[in-house]
Write a protein that binds this ligand. Structure first.
Ligand code: MRU
Length: 342
């Protein structure tokens, strides 16, 4: 039976879900079944399912399918459990709010709403990616962080979406890919997507970005976001902030590309964003389809925040599906318009 809906990393069937296990890429393309909230929680916690939009969309389908299996169950407590799984990316809250608003309409309405969210994300990706691509010219050397492509969304992606659309338009880019700690989402996933898109790229360790800019080799930085505040501060994968500081110092334009579903008007500034702390093992070593490696002394003390916050003052422009916003537009709150009304 073909899936009812499909993206690069998600296959939706009538009563179950499959995800492409992102911890195994690029060495192995393994699809896993996910038909319970427990299975979803563990896949999301270990980053087999990851990327802000994908986390929210997959939660919506799991909630709809769990409700269909348990029509008299406590849907609210299922939603609460899903919601608590990863606290930083607000797309999860956006999708679960939308689903909870349909609880009274029953099981069929939940399935329909999840499908609508999936279609919406695909359309949002296309719109923001086109706007992001408008900022790119042939010859640009673009530095990106983490993975923001088709693997992380229902569509073409956010920051990587902009690179993909530019490529489709014949714009010749060179992309620097930050390897991205802790799970090497850049080194494993973005490098794989660049090859898939046929975009020339070079992989760098995160700690090389500043000297690459000092050497005059970076024209633009484009990253995604997990939550954008009312004042324009935003959370993204840890390492984004130091990129923004380095870009500011070297006068390199720094763009954030995200859907309106990543904007959280209820968060006044970055200090209101909850930041997920992760397991020490991710910093003491690494594991994947390549095996397990431990390099630190056993029990080495670790600080492992999954995300950091970049202040609005370091951002050149916020590229959303709804428009490209500069600091003045952000100060007027224009990026928040429509949030909560759709
Ligand atoms: O921990 P991850 O891999 O889910 O973090 C992902 C990011 O930080 C992305 O930049 C963000 O979710 C935007 S993805 C389109």
């Amino acid at each position: 039976m073909p899936p009812l809906l499909q993206s690069r990393s998600l296959r939706v069937y009538a009563d179950n879900l499959e995800y492409l296990d992102q911890t195994r890429l690029p060495q192995a393309e393994q699809w896993q079944r996910c038909d319970t909230p427990d299975a979803w929680q563990s896949a999301v916690k270990n980053l087999a399912i990851r990327g802000a939009p994908l986390i929210g969309l997959s939660a919506a389908f799991v909630l709809a399918q769990t409700a269909a299996r348990h029509p008299n169950g406590d849907w609210q407590s299922v939603s609460d459990r899903l919601r608590a799984t990863r606290p930083t990316a607000v797309n999860l809250m956006y999708c679960l709010d939308a689903m909870e608003a349909c609880f009274e309409q029953g099981v069929a309405a939940l399935a329909e709403r999840a499908a609508e969210l999936f279609a919406e994300d695909r359309a949002l990706c296309q719109r923001m990616a086109e706007r992001g691509a408008d900022l790119l010219q042939s010859g640009d050397r673009v530095l990106t962080h983490c993975n923001t492509g088709a693997l992380a969304t229902a569509g073409v992606g956010t920051a990587i979406g902009a690179l993909a659309i530019a490529k489709q338009r014949g714009v010749a880019l060179h992309v620097y890919v930050d390897e991205t700690r802790p799970l090497l989402q850049g080194g494993r996933l973005t490098a794989w997507e660049m090859a898939d898109l046929d975009i020339p790229y070079q992989l760098i360790a995160d700690s090389m970005a500043a000297s690459l800019m000092a050497a005059g080799k970076v024209d633009k930085v484009m990253v995604g976001a997990d939550r954008i505040c009312a004042n324009g501060d935003f959370a993204n994968k840890v390492g984004t902030y130091m990129l923004a500081v380095a870009a500011h110092y070297h006068n390199v334009p720094f763009y954030v590309v995200a859907p309106y579903t990543t904007v959280d008007p209820a968060c006044a500034s970055g200090s209101d964003i909850p930041i997920e702390q992760r397991d020490a093992a991710e910093i003491r070593g690494a594991s994947g389809a390549f095996g397990d490696v431990v390099w630190a002394p056993e029990n080495a003390p670790v600080w492992n925040p999954a995300f950091d916050v970049t202040p609005a003052t370091l951002v050149t422009a916020w590229v959303l599906d709804t428009g490209i916003f500069d600091a003045a537009a952000i100060a007027r709150g224009e990026h928040c318009q429509g949030r909560g009304e759709r």
